[in-house]
Design a protein around this ligand. Structure first.
Ligand code: AHM
Ligand code: MG
Length: 315
């Protein structure tokens, strides 16, 4: 059992690289958590005055978190490029443009919670590049289905900072221990409970959901009797769903006709973790991990959770 991030590496061809990459995610998480804690004193709360590729107002902390994450990926020497929610184009790390791995990231998910000191997170996944190492990395390197993911996970910046990840051998949760200044295994072999928990969704959008999802949700509520919780930060809602059971959903609606959440750095990493924990992740009638991505910032509807609840919702 890997008790620290230093020992999480999977045996085999990718293990050598996954250890430094996940350690890099851990270092980024520690730095981002520190920036979040001191944000109000450093004057880095609030808008950055810029928009990201999604046309959303960037927060200063979105930009800072993106810089921190990119620098930590660069320092691993194993990452040739990073696809980030905060960057329109693929960011190639010129110094290591020959390296094997591409990382997808939402550096600060749920950033609308920042103004109210609510939980936020970082979501990431790692794939092996498709182009030859001698080629310059290309956006096509990111356009790989979740079946090609080698490692994925998230960091939750809550009362404690937690890194939850999988390298394909189950899901393990590491909590940052401030006294020891390191992540330590606190949640080994996380399995989503088959029953119980909560449904988690922005139900205010129900009247505009597409594909009859409003009726589906009502039926699932009758069938399961689940209570409801919603933070509005995918990482926090996913984490609760993983530990307590239930289902998280963000359907397509009149405003977000193809869904709101991004396939490559939200749906796929969370789908990978959910399936590794024994749960189910669906979108547009297929497993999230079976979707063949077409664009870096593609959006999809998302249904994640215990298999029985996901089936009850979509059945
Ligand atoms: P972000 O990546 O720009 O923060 O947006 C994604 C967030 C998710 O964390 C969350 O699940 C969702 O948007 C909440 O959306 P809404 O406010 O519409 O409920
Ligand atoms: Mg996000």
């Amino acid at each position: 059992m890997p008790t620290t991030l230093n020992s999480i590496a999977k045996q085999g061809a990718n293990g050598v690289a996954m250890m430094p990459i996940i350690q890099g995610v851990g270092r980024a998480a520690i730095e981002i958590a520190a920036v979040l804690r001191g944000a109000v004193f450093r004057g880095v709360l609030g808008g950055a005055g810029s928009e990201n590729v999604q046309g959303e107002q960037q927060q200063k902390l979105d930009v800072l978190s993106d810089e921190i994450f990119l620098e930590e990926m660069r320092s691993t020497g194993f990452v040739c490029a990073v696809g980030s929610e905060e960057q329109e184009e693929l960011l190639v790390i010129d110094e290591y443009a020959h390296a094997d791995y591409v990382v997808l990231v939402d550096p600060l998910d749920g950033s609308s919670n920042l103004d109210v000191d609510g939980p936020v997170g970082t979501i990431f996944s790692v794939v092996r590049r498709k182009t030859a190492n001698s080629d310059y990395p290309h956006v096509s390197d990111t356009l790989q289905s979740g079946r090609n993911v080698i490692a994925a996970g998230y960091v939750l910046y809550g009362p404690a900072t937690m890194l939850v990840c999988s390298v394909g051998d189950g899901v393990h949760g590491y909590t940052f221990n401030p006294s020891a200044a390191r992540f330590e295994l606190s949640h080994a072999n996380i399995r989503i409970p088959a029953k119980g928990g909560y449904y988690s969704v922005n139900e205010a959008n129900k009247s505009s959901w597409l594909d009859g999802m409003g009726d589906n949700l009502d039926r699932m509520k009758d069938e399961t009797g689940l209570g409801m919780r919603y933070v509005g930060a995918m990482v926090a809602d996913m984490h609760r769903t993983l530990l307590k059971g239930g289902v998280f959903l963000y359907p397509a609606d009149n405003k977000n006709t193809t869904g709101k959440l991004r396939l490559l750095y939200e749906a796929i990493p969370m789908g990978f973790v959910m399936e590794q924990a024994g749960g189910k992740s669906m979108s547009n009638g297929i497993h999230v991990l079976d979707i063949e991505p077409e664009a870096l910032h593609q959006r999809v509807p998302v249904y994640l959770g215990a298999a029985a609840n996901v089936d009850s919702l979509l059945g």
